[in-house]
Design a protein around this ligand. Structure first.
Ligand SMILES: *[C@@H]1O[C@H](CO)[C@@H](O)[C@H](O)[C@H]1NC(C)=O
Ligand SMILES: *[C@@H]1O[C@H](CO)[C@@H](O)[C@H](O)[C@H]1NC(C)=O
Ligand SMILES: *[C@@H]1O[C@H](CO)[C@@H](O)[C@H](O)[C@H]1NC(C)=O
Ligand SMILES: CC(=O)N[C@H]1CO[C@H](CO)[C@@H](O)[C@@H]1O
Length: 504
């Protein structure tokens, strides 16, 4: 008798599930509860592994967390979200940016955070896949550590493989419009993957992926555009350096000097003297959002023994309770140098090079780290023990930047008819909007919507310029590197409008 009572709700649940979704999603992927959350899920959540590139010891096990749309999962687009690094987990986006929950830190250190619904979750208007990529990042793993040696091109092949298998397992989403999105180093992941998917479509790979376009936020694109030519106008325009310093740097420094941190070693050229002045002017700032205060952790102030610039030692201090994390990092090429061809130094590797540092200074993302390393949570989201400890940014991978500039990719993709939204938090000093504005313009496309403000909640939320071939560039006023973290309402507004093909 007791058994029947238990079975009935389960049957109704299964029935309702099938009515809504049809024959569907893999058994066992559905998430039924989440530690720290006591409310009701607003849509179905699924998570687990997709195995690619060989089974067993050699396989790559890629972890995804999928949130179906809270509006109309059958019709709303499916969007893949990728954080950058390289080496950073897409749980960054899930926990801190546009995921379905806001994470409130526990009062006692090490206890589980409390999860609240996020009213600006991107799952309000889309089905969204958070993917830990490449293998070795976040909860993705392989038993063969040779699989952790990778680069831009291999990552794009692998993620394409992942998508084919994912859509095979979730056939009910194959017909939905599909978009690829990400930020920071995903400025490389997104176009390389989109082109791989486009090639797959042309070769009639099954299942057919219904790719419509892509979205890049504060994305790395090309060292020429992301380097000095973006940085000096940015720091000058923001009032961080004087007119005279700006004039001198333009007069004395060649374009090739763009990595000013390493240039400062001993050289006495006029250029390095000016670069030192600039360095001193900005070193106390939070590079990810120059308006936000810097975090000063009393345990970590070591009076200059760290080789990291002070700006990186004090990142991200803020008084806002939930919207912005207290300490953060999310990129792999420190010291502001744009990414060049070849091996990319990962954040944790850089930290390891620093003498007897017990931990990464300023970079403890406590809420996400506590939650994702809890055994209860790991069980609830079907994460394997084999994945090991979850870190925001992994030091397991060895990563080569081998795809070069993204400009040819953007040209080809937009000419093939894929829509592109390039957005920039305009107070990010890490990948400043000036670079994204310049490279989008450099494609030479005709302007179809000339520079104008766009609004959210009856206020100017930023600026927009749209080009032919469905290329749109927008800024988000006052936002930093991780736009939805700073401006969640505005971010959901532009995201929804663009996905629906409305004017932003
Ligand atoms: C691990 O992977 C590498 C590269 O794919 C392969 O050459 C090697 O044989 C694999 N090792 C084992 C033990 O399977
Ligand atoms: C750092 O320097 C200050 C002032 O010189 C001193 O008061 C403080 O004790 C030093 N901190 C450490 C950790 O050495
Ligand atoms: C873009 O298309 C051109 C012309 O088809 C081709 O030569 C080039 O290799 C493509 N670039 C990329 C990055 O695929
Ligand atoms: C969906 C969409 O906006 N398509 C447009 C893409 O760009 C071309 C060329 O500018 C237009 O003709 C399409 O209408």
């Amino acid at each position: 008798m007791g058994n029947h009572k238990l079975l009935l709700p389960l049957c109704i649940f299964v029935l309702v599930h099938f009515i809504i979704f049809g024959e569907s999603a893999p058994q066992g992927a559905l998430i039924t509860h989440l530690p720290g959350f006591s409310g009701k899920f607003l849509s179905h959540h699924y998570s687990g592994y997709i195995n690619i590139d060989g089974k067993g010891e050699n396989g790559k096990n890629l972890f995804y967390y999928f949130v179906s749309s809270e509006r109309n999962p059958r019709k709303d687009p499916v969007v893949l979200w990728l954080n950058g690094g390289p080496g950073c987990s897409s749980f960054d986006g899930f926990v801190y940016e546009h995921g379905p929950f806001n994470f409130e830190a526990a009062k006692t250190k090490g206890s589980l955070p409390i999860l609240h619904h996020n009213p600006y979750s991107w799952s309000k208007v889309s089905n969204i896949i958070y993917l830990d990529s490449p293998t070795g990042v976040g909860l993705s793993y392989s038993q063969n550590s040779s699989q952790y040696i990778t680069g831009d091109l291999q990552t794009a092949y692998d993620t394409h493989d992942f998508l084919l298998k994912w859509f095979e397992q979730f056939p009910e989403f194959q017909a939905n419009p599909f978009y690829i999105s990400g930020e920071s180093y995903a400025g490389i992941y997104v176009p390389t993957l989109a082109l791989e998917v486009a090639k797959g479509i042309r070769r009639r790979k099954k299942p057919v992926i219904n790719l419509k376009g892509y979205i890049v936020g504060n994305g790395v694109t090309d060292p020429k555009f992301d380097g000095d030519s973006a940085f000096y106008p940015f720091v000058h325009g923001m009032g961080l350096i004087s007119d005279s310093i700006y004039e001198s740097v333009q007069a004395s420094c060649k374009e090739t000097d763009y990595n000013f941190e390493s240039d400062s070693e001993g050289s006495s050229s006029t250029c390095s003297k000016i670069l030192n002045k600039i360095s001193r002017a900005i070193e106390g700032l939070n590079v990810y959002n120059i308006l936000e205060p810097c975090y000063h952790n009393p345990d970590e102030e070591r009076n200059g023994s760290s080789k990291l610039p002070m700006s990186f030692q004090k990142l991200g201090k803020t008084e806002r309770p939930l919207a912005v994390r207290k300490r953060m990092f999310g990129r792999a090429w420190p010291f502001r140098a744009p990414v060049r061809d070849g091996p990319v130094t990962l954040w944790p590797q850089l930290m390891a090079q620093m003498s007897h540092s017990s931990g990464v200074p300023c970079v403890s993302d406590e809420v996400a780290t506590t939650w994702l390393n809890s055994n209860e949570v790991r069980k609830a989201i079907h994460a394997s023990r084999e994945a090991g400890n979850w870190d925001l940014c992994s030091d397991k991978i060895i990563f080569e930047h081998d795809a070069g500039s993204m400009i040819p990719y953007h040209k080809n993709l937009t000419k093939l008819g894929y829509r592109a939204l390039i957005f920039s938090g305009d107070h990010d000093m890490c990948v400043p909007f000036t670079g994204s504005e310049a490279w989008t313009r450099s494609l030479g496309y005709k302007i179809v919507d000339e520079w104008r403000p766009w609004n959210s909640n009856d206020q100017v939320a930023g600026y927009l310029q749209a080009y032919e071939n469905n290329l749109t560039f927008i800024t988000i006023k006052g936002a930093g590197h991780t736009v939805p973290e700073y401006k969640p309402r505005e971010a959901l507004d532009f995201y929804r409008r663009w996905l629906e093909g409305e004017s932003i």
